[in-house]
Design a protein around this ligand. Structure first.
Ligand code: HSE
Length: 291
């Protein structure tokens, strides 16, 4: 029996669409695996009623198949699905690390990233690495065709999760198909600023570098009150605010001392729109851990 905790993650960070991601210190999924002749899945915890237990339809079934590692897999969800917090990636990452250990396959953490991404493709339709990479290796990650670059950043974050559901498929359908050269130049500058901020543990630079005028405005239309939530978070001290992954979670960067007030301002702003929400005061955290 092997048990692994893998964290929620926040992808994109505005200017790094499909490239940037961070592991969050909380919440997390816990996955327990036991050898068996065929794969079976049991799901409990946050939003488990919406998650299929059929191995053909669950993200961890594809991971077990890719590793040729049949097992009984128990998933305890700390990360609600369709949240923008890398829910399926957390399960896929935990399963990849657990099954690799259970069957002594000996893959490096980096080699497990594309395997876990196959699991992601089962639910989102696209095998992208920007959530599974930080869920497996931790920290701030840059996932490109050339591999994964990891930075061990120390940055305080707040994620506010409204009680609305947006599927990754729907959020991807509104992404513009092209961008102007001005937008490309702006995005490169912001992404570089954000990366420098992560390397220096500087919330001002990270927050400034999160600005994105291409994907985020299109997706913001799917989140009622988005501009008000951002304004409230900034007024309470956030240095930058953006959509977490494909939403509806909203991510704010701040100094550690402002986390509580930023979280409560974001909750109040959602409440003003009659939307229930919950917040996580969190930080850039570690990747999957064998317990
Ligand atoms: N980069 C992906 C997207 C992350 O924004 O669609 C999905 O959580």
């Amino acid at each position: 029996m092997v048990t692994v905790r893998a964290p929620a993650t926040s992808a994109n960070l505005g200017s790094g669409f499909d490239v940037f991601g961070v592991a969050l210190s909380r919440p997390a999924d816990v996955v327990r695996v036991r050898r068996d002749t065929e794969t079976s899945i049991e799901v409990s915890g946050a939003g488990s009623q919406f998650i299929p237990e059929d191995p053909e339809k669950n993200t961890v079934g594809a991971v077990a198949e890719a590793l040729d590692a049949p097992a009984h897999i128990e998933i305890n969800k700390g990360v609600r699905p369709a949240s923008g917090l890398g829910s399926s990636a957390a399960s896929a990452a935990a399963a990849a690390v657990a099954l690799d250990e259970l069957y002594d396959r000996g893959h490096t953490r980096e080699a497990l990233v594309p395997i876990a991404a196959e699991g992601e493709a089962v639910v989102s339709g696209v095998a992208h690495d920007d959530n599974v990479a930080p869920a497996i290796v931790g920290g701030f990650t840059v996932a490109t065709g050339n591999g994964i670059t990891r930075v061990d950043a120390d940055i305080s974050l707040v994620v506010c999760l409204p009680d609305i559901v947006i599927s990754t498929r729907d959020a991807r359908s509104v992404v513009p198909e092209s961008a102007s050269i001005e937008q490309v130049v702006e995005t490169v500058g912001n992404a570089a600023t954000l990366t420098a901020g992560m390397c220096r543990d500087d919330p001002e630079l990270v927050g400034a570098g999160m600005h994105d005028s291409v994907v985020t405005p299109a997706r913001a239309e799917l989140i009622e009150g988005y501009d008000d939530i951002c304004g409230a978070a900034r007024d309470a001290g956030a240095t930058g605010v953006t959509i977490s992954g494909s939403g509806p979670g909203v991510l704010a960067v701040c100094r550690g001392r402002d986390r509580r007030s930023v979280a409560s301002a974001m909750l109040d702003a959602f409440e003003a729109h009659d939307i229930d929400a919950r917040s996580y005061q969190t930080r850039v955290g570690r990747g999957a851990q064998i317990l």
